[in-house]
Design a binder for this molecule. Structure first.
Ligand SMILES: C[S@@+](CC[C@H](N)C(=O)[O-])C[C@H]1O[C@@H](n2cnc3c(N)ncnc32)[C@H](O)[C@@H]1O
Length: 221
């Protein structure tokens, strides 16, 4: 857990350390969540600027907030999760204290991604928007890719909890570890849907579930 005792771990005047210190003041975010969000957001923002940010399976919504801090040309962040954690408001308020420009630009919607008929935000993602999701478990990542492909939106996911019972398992799975096969099939699927795909990794010491898939349609953005 990042708390005030951890402030000394982040002494630098870098954006990473400034965000970490703000989150330490909130005293509710697991340390790992911050590092995953930071490393994912940095890599995504190097390639994908602007657009509204949709942080799906958002949990505390830290990924979306960091995306906005890294590129203020995005107008807003829409976090969606079936359950908004009680401490989301606490983390956001700690960040707004340090970056008042975030105020009013992060919305949170409680809904189920897999059964969502329509975006309850009255603002469905479109081709210029950017869907991000860190550790949407198992087939939830595939539902998120479905949403992105339907909208033609840019998308970046860091999959986890690869489950051979529910995730689409490709025919080539016996040649390799099943989690790798499932992620490779996701890349192939996105390419077949007209996306240009890049794959990267965040540091394995932060999480072993570290494969990052970034995809955008060549005409988007
Ligand atoms: C492992 S957590 C990841 C949270 C956050 N993205 C992070 O990186 O810390 C998975 C999240 O998915 C959410 N979730 C699971 N199934 C969902 C569904 N069907 N629709 C929306 N959210 C869902 C959970 O509530 C949880 O917050």
């Amino acid at each position: 857990m990042l708390n005030r005792r951890g402030l000394a771990l982040f002494p630098k005047d870098t954006l990473e350390h400034r965000i970490a210190r703000a989150i330490c003041e909130a005293e509710c975010l697991p340390r790992k969540e911050f590092f995953e969000a930071w490393h994912m957001a940095r890599r995504v923002r190097r390639r994908m600027r602007g657009g509204r940010i949709f942080d799906l399976a958002a949990g505390h919504g830290v990924l979306g907030a960091i995306m906005l801090l890294l590129d203020d040309t995005s107008p807003e962040v829409i976090c969606l999760d079936r359950r908004r954690p009680a401490s989301h408001a606490r983390v956001l308020s700690a960040l707004v204290d340090h970056w008042p420009r975030l105020a009013g630009r992060v919305r949170y919607v409680e809904d189920d991604i897999s059964t969502l008929d329509d975006w309850p935000t009255a603002a469905a993602p479109g081709a210029g928007d950017l869907i991000v999701s860190a550790h949407a478990c198992g087939v939830l990542t595939d539902h998120i890719l479905d949403r992105a492909a339907h909208a033609g939106a840019r998308v970046a996911v860091l999959p986890c909890c690869h489950d051979r019972e529910t995730c689409p398992v490709p025919a080539f799975a016996p040649w390799m570890a099943v989690d790798l096969a499932i992620d490779a099939a996701r890349v192939v699927r996105l390419e077949s849907e007209g996306y240009a795909v890049r794959v990267q990794q965040i540091p394995a010491e932060i999480t072993p579930k570290n494969r990052l898939i970034l995809a955008e349609r060549p005409s988007a953005g």
